[in-house]
Design a protein around this ligand. Structure first.
Ligand code: ZN
Length: 261
């Protein structure tokens, strides 16, 4: 009798875990997402163009300081905003737009999606931000960056169904400016690794004192001296003919931590 109970329990546990595995969203290789055109990490281009991106704003102090430096050097960038902050600082978003930059979606509450995140939760986080930006600017973003760069099929497909292309960043262009690594380190990261088609990750909101603004004062003129044109992510995609790096050796660097099963 006891044996029978144990067997029954074991079977039900097995079938339950199998069900769970099947319910988990899958994820494809970086190359497959690139071929599909649903995620971009960087653009394949022979032209000396790069896109600088700023996450987690808008912030009344840091975003404005960054806008001033960008204006000084005539640079256009892409700002991945949080819907929650758009509602708090609509005037900053208007200014970003008026200065000719691109506004993109970074979820409403900086939700770190994971394998357990449901489609409806993901959709809600994205749609609320689309709406918040639309109410302020009259334009809906076309690009989306999941917080932490977390992705799986469910996250990417949900964004795609809402008309958004997902944007990561060049792995060699993660400035980690939010960890306050020092102005010099931020500059070195970008300048020593600058390649055609790169997408660089900065933040226009970091807790505490930002080092990003001071770093930009060095990075922008140096990149321009090297001949790089700094454009929005949408312009980078357009100007590179929507080509992406596919099947090249240096594309096998996708880090496991960025993939959410
Ligand atoms: Zn973020």
């Amino acid at each position: 009798m006891l044996r029978k109970v144990v067997v029954v329990l074991l079977c039900s546990c097995l079938s339950f875990s199998t069900l769970e595995v099947h319910a988990w969203p899958s994820q494809k290789s970086r190359e497959e997402y690139e071929k599909q055109g649903h995620i971009i990490w960087e653009a394949k281009t022979d032209q000396p163009i790069m896109a600088l991106t700023f996450d987690d704003g808008p912030d009344p102090t840091q975003t404005i300081a960054i806008l001033n430096v960008l204006k000084k050097y005539g640079v256009k960038s892409t700002f991945f905003v949080l819907g929650r902050r758009v509602k708090q600082h609509p005037e900053i978003v208007k200014k970003v737009m008026a200065d000719g930059h691109e506004i993109a979606n970074h979820t409403f509450s900086h939700a770190y999606f994971n394998a357990g995140s449901t489609s409806s939760f993901i959709r809600q986080e994205i749609e609320r931000t689309q709406l918040a930006v639309y109410e302020v600017t009259g334009v809906k973003p076309t690009l989306f960056r999941p917080p932490g760069g977390n992705y799986n099929d469910r996250i990417i497909n949900t964004a795609h169904l809402l008309g958004l292309k997902s944007v990561m960043w060049s792995w060699h262009q993660d400035t980690k400016d939010w960890t306050h690594p020092g102005v010099h380190k931020i500059c070195d990261k970008v300048l020593k690794n600058a390649h055609n088609g790169d997408i660089v990750l900065f933040h226009d909101y970091v807790p505490g004192k930002t080092q990003t603004v001071q770093a930009l004062e060095t990075i922008l003129p140096e990149l321009q001296k090297k001949g790089f044109r700094l454009v929005t992510v949408s312009d980078l995609i357009r100007q590179s003919g929507n080509q992406q790096k596919v099947n090249q050796p240096d594309n096998h660097r996708a880090k496991a931590k960025h993939v959410v099963k």
